[in-house]
Design a protein around this ligand. Structure first.
Ligand code: PMP
Ligand code: G9A
Length: 416
């Protein structure tokens, strides 16, 4: 008898959605395609020689324990090194017991969902936001209250109004999710004032804050703004970060900084997920930090990505029509482009792919898939030559789309 899968599937399995980015990754691997889509680090930023040295040292000095199961919390020397770095670079007062090593920051997002979200629960996020977070929270049947982003970060007034409206109907959001520094997808950074206000609101309405910070180290110019975790005296902020952008995503290594009570809950979630994070990777990452390589490498990555940001910016200025609006990111990996409202970037995507250039459609970053006229462009992955050529091709696609609309008599405004 053929298995009747539909009858057997859990409700969760039926509502889980595919990640637009993961699906795109397959498409962008086709020959000749220039991908400005996935948020992939540049392979030339992988420090191969350093990694070799670290691996040699691990095999020489710790082979047997590096190949064995490890504790769920993570390798203590690595947890300690991360705690020291969080203190020195991010102003966070923490120690080993406040750190959990995860299989990428994405796993931290899954643990947040498993630990805090019951079906029907509400959380708050800026819109647009990281689609992997929407995906993780959606799998646990949570509802997102999306708050528009401003140049400063969150629209704090809209945030208060919406929480009060929800409270009046008996809904109490569990947490606020945010990527405050060089946000994925917008590239924007929340001001210090906005961070303080967000903490105040969270405290007023007794919510947690999820501070997702994979890009904070990739700062091209200006001063870095204190993390919300550094201002958190009450254990209200759960901080996530990752080695994906400062070493290599293939290691699948991230970490959570939170109060020991929260870490203990996440340890239970991890025990039933994967027992422990890849122990060999953890040893290698420990050598990478303790050998002083991380600091050297971060400087190199910054120099490479700053140049790529400039190459993309120059190409956008040269090839995009004036109707395309964007802000210049001073860190991270993304440009966010807003086209006139009449343009649907999802419909336009097929035309871009036909010209062998890919981007991520903006509506993927909105929990309610609204805002159809934006797109995210990644500048870290491609060669400088491909960045220029990709933007040139995309500029042609946008211009053709605008022209077609004018011919069809549609109103074409400016991107907002
Ligand atoms: N959060 C954000 C905001 C991201 O952009 C990413 C990856 N692009 C992740 C989490 C997940 O990163 P990883 O699992 O590779 O650490
Ligand atoms: O490949 C992934 O899923 C990680 C990248 C995320 C992104 O492009 O935002």
């Amino acid at each position: 008898m053929v298995v009747n899968l539909e009858r057997l599937l859990s409700r969760r399995a039926t509502i889980m959605k595919a990640s637009e980015i993961r699906e795109l990754l397959k498409l962008t691997q086709s020959p000749g395609m220039i991908s400005l889509a996935g948020g992939l680090p540049n392979p030339e930023a992988f420090p191969l020689e350093i990694i070799k040295k670290c691996i040699d040292k691990v095999l020489k000095e710790h082979a047997l324990s590096a190949l064995q199961y490890g504790t769920t919390e993570g390798l203590n020397p690595l947890r300690d090194a991360i705690a020291q770095r969080m203190k020195a670079k991010k102003g966070v007062d923490c120690e080993l017991h406040d750190i959990l090593i995860t299989s990428g920051a994405q796993q931290g997002l899954a643990f947040i969902a498993m630990t805090f979200l019951d079906p029907g629960d509400t959380y708050i996020s800026s819109a647009p936001t990281y689609l992997g977070a929407i995906q993780a929270f959606h799998a646990y049947e949570a509802k997102c209250e999306a708050i528009p982003m401003t140049d400063q970060g969150f629209d704090i007034e809209a945030l208060r109004r919406n929480i009060q409206r929800l409270n009046r109907t008996g809904i109490y959001p569990k947490f606020i999710y945010t990527v405050p520094t060089f946000q994925n997808p917008s590239g924007g950074t929340m001001t210090l004032e906005a961070r303080k206000q967000l903490l105040e609101v969270a405290s007023e309405y007794d919510m947690l804050i999820i501070e997702d910070d994979p890009y904070g180290e990739l700062i091209f110019e200006g001063e870095s703004i204190p993390t919300m975790k550094s201002m958190d005296k009450k254990g209200r902020v759960i901080y996530l970060s990752t080695f994906s952008k400062i070493l290599a995503p293939g290691f699948r290594l991230g970490w959570v900084v939170a109060s020991p009570e929260i870490i203990n809950k996440f340890v239970l979630a991890k025990q039933c997920t994967d027992l422990c994070t890849n122990v060999f990777s953890q040893y290698v990452a420990y050598e990478y930090i303790s050998g002083g390589y991380l600091d050297i490498q971060v400087k190199e990555i910054i120099a490479m990505y700053r140049e790529k940001r400039d190459v993309m910016l120059e190409a956008i200025r040269k090839y995009f029509p004036k109707e395309a609006k964007y802000t210049v990111p001073n860190g991270g990996m993304f440009f966010w482009v807003t086209l006139p409202k009449s343009i649907n970037t999802r419909a336009m995507f097929k035309k871009a792919v036909a010209k062998k250039v890919a981007y991520v459609v903006g509506d993927a970053f909105y929990p309610d898939a609204s805002q159809a006229n934006s797109m995210r462009l990644n500048f870290s992955y491609s060669t400088n030559e491909d960045l220029r050529e990709g933007i040139k091709r995309l500029g042609e696609v946008i211009k053709e789309e605008l022209k077609a609309q004018i011919t069809n008599g549609e109103q074409v405004g400016e991107g907002v």
